[in-house]
Design a protein. Structure first.
Length: 107
């Protein structure tokens, strides 16, 4: 992107110098036209690159947000799994206690 800006500055400088020259010379006139054409093309390319860059940054931002959402969802799911495992452990302990109590009552 910097090279485009540098080229544009150089072309503008060259155009300024050429405008000071005698424009009666057809070669000079042709060179000025070529430089103007190149400048216009560079401006078009610059605009296209800026639009692509903006599009890419927007895509990056959207993907970053989605990734954050997925990571948050994953954390929530892990927390739920841990809580579920803890509940199962509690139920197993209660079941063991109940079985012990039943054994006591049967003997």
């Amino acid at each position: 992107m910097n090279s485009v800006i540098e080229k544009e500055k150089k072309l503008n400088l060259a155009l300024t110098k050429l405008k000071k020259l005698n424009l009666k010379n057809p070669d000079v006139k042709k060179n000025i036209e070529n430089l103007n054409s190149q400048k216009n093309q560079l401006e078009i390319e610059k605009q296209e690159l800026e639009e692509k860059y903006k599009s890419l940054t927007d895509d990056f931002d959207n993907l970053s947000k989605k990734l954050d959402e997925f990571q948050n969802q994953e954390k929530i799911e892990k927390k739920k799994q841990v809580e579920f495992s803890e509940k199962i452990d509690e139920l197993n302990q209660e079941t063991d206690t109940l079985l012990d109590e039943i054994d006591k009552w049967q003997t």
